[in-house]
Ligand binder design. Sequence first.
Ligand code: ADP
Length: 567
Amino acid sequence: MKLKKKNLVGGFNRYRLVITLGLAVLLPAAALIYVNFSQLRSFQRDKVLEALIKRDFQEALTLYEKKMNKAIYAKVDEARDMFPSADVEEGEKERKLDEILSRCSCFTHAFIFDGDDVAFHTQTAQHDDKDVRDEHAEMVDSYRTWFSSKQELKSLVEIVSMKPHNIYFTQAQTKRADGPTYLLTAIFLLPAEDRTVVAGVTFDPCYMKSDFFANMLDDFVKEKNAEQSGNSRAMMIYRADQMDGREIKPMVATVGWGEGKPEVSRKLDDVFRGLALGIKFEGTSVEAMGHTWIRNSFIILGFLSLMTIGGLVLTKHMVSKEMAVAKLKSDFVSNVSHELRTPLALIRLYAETLELGRITTKEKKHQYYRIIRKESERLTALINNILDFSRIEAGRKEYEFRETDIADLVRNTLDSYRYQIEQQGFAFEESIDPDLPAVRVDREAIARALVNLVNNALKYSQDEKYLGVKLYRDNGSVKLEVADHGIGIARRDQAKIFEKFYRAGDPLVHNTKGSGLGLSLVRHITEAHGGEIEVESSPGTGSKFIVSLPLVAAPAPPQVSNSNTLH
Ligand code: ADP
């Protein structure tokens, strides 16, 4: 009945543990993992990240166009201020145009169209270039035709007046030694009372490509990279008519451009009509970055999930272990109280009987005295074990090592048990090597270990009552063997019997009083001496415990530390 109740309690606790782990930890952890995984998957689908990056690029390109426009307006404004007024003396126009060109090598041509009076000057250093000469002739021709028409001139005046800074830009394709290139001309009007005087400057295509655009792009990329971390950005300028085509050839690009299409492009308007600005990440695309990001997130999430699962398994393992120890402890308390009560009751009973003086025969009296002595010895052994145990657990157990004649120590300890052993009908074999050298041991501790082993041999023997104790030298150590022909120990229990509170599942063990502390103390004592303990046993045939103590290596002085605690 009692047993059933105990099982019920144990079962209930386990049930509660499973419920707690399941509801409070496992479910939320599983939900968290599931939600994270599915969020990641949907993230991949709706490409929020990609859209965000593209929007950011688009905004950046709008800003960069404004900055380029501003810079080019500043340059033209500066040149326009140097232009002579429409009604200057003969020769002054020529002189001024040359001055403008010599001041700034960024211009290839500077010109003034005043009716039939045409002044069109070209950078002297470029006169040798045939392409430039051809360009000069072509421009003079086409501008003369354009500006000589009253109609055209009127509409030009209108357009110029509507443009920012009153400057009108024309864009054309031209040629230089390294191939076709982009020609930018700024046209404005010079103030004159009775007529329209058109003037302008043409930017040197080489300057635009390798100076103006190149520097601007470098500055933009630097600015953007400083603003935002992560992969570096690369930029380029190309012909806008390539925008929808398959192949895009950069006209100017930053160093890290490499290959490939821009992530985002902007068709430039007004000043740089015909050109497009492109931006992307160096060496990667937004899509690839998105994939990498998703893959890394999956890896991290997978790793965290594994850690969570590992943590849960570990927690369950630890809690189960703690529960097992708690159960062992409660068994221990009931075992010990039982063990204390029985000898005390016997001692009291026999002492009272003797006190009453009813026992007359000498033999009976002796028998009673013996029982009282035996039971008090059992009590003392138990209490010593408990005291030792509590000292070891608190890390306060200290050993006092002294040079000892170990043969003498073992013989004396056995002598005080000999009578009890034989009384119980045990065949007792003792084999002690008399020529053993002195060993440094804690006498009390070694005696207690031996008593525990002998007591176990007596307790766990049934039909064949045999006890054998051997002490001999084996290479560098002294071996103490305690053997019996008792119930033996199953293989699976053999490693565990040295743990505190552990008692084997055999029914005889349960019917025998015990605390489960004896062997754990024997192991602690042996290890404190730098030795080790082994067991050889098989169920039904008996057990042999072998304690080896090193002969030479004197054990280190005992230290008070928690490493003393029992396992
Ligand atoms: P206790 O004897 O108080 O239960 P011990 O720590 O001395 O505690 O022993 C632990 C367990 O090892 C015992 O409960 C028993 O199952 C087993 N054991 C110890 N010595 C023997 C032995 N000589 N023969 C069979 N089983 C033994």
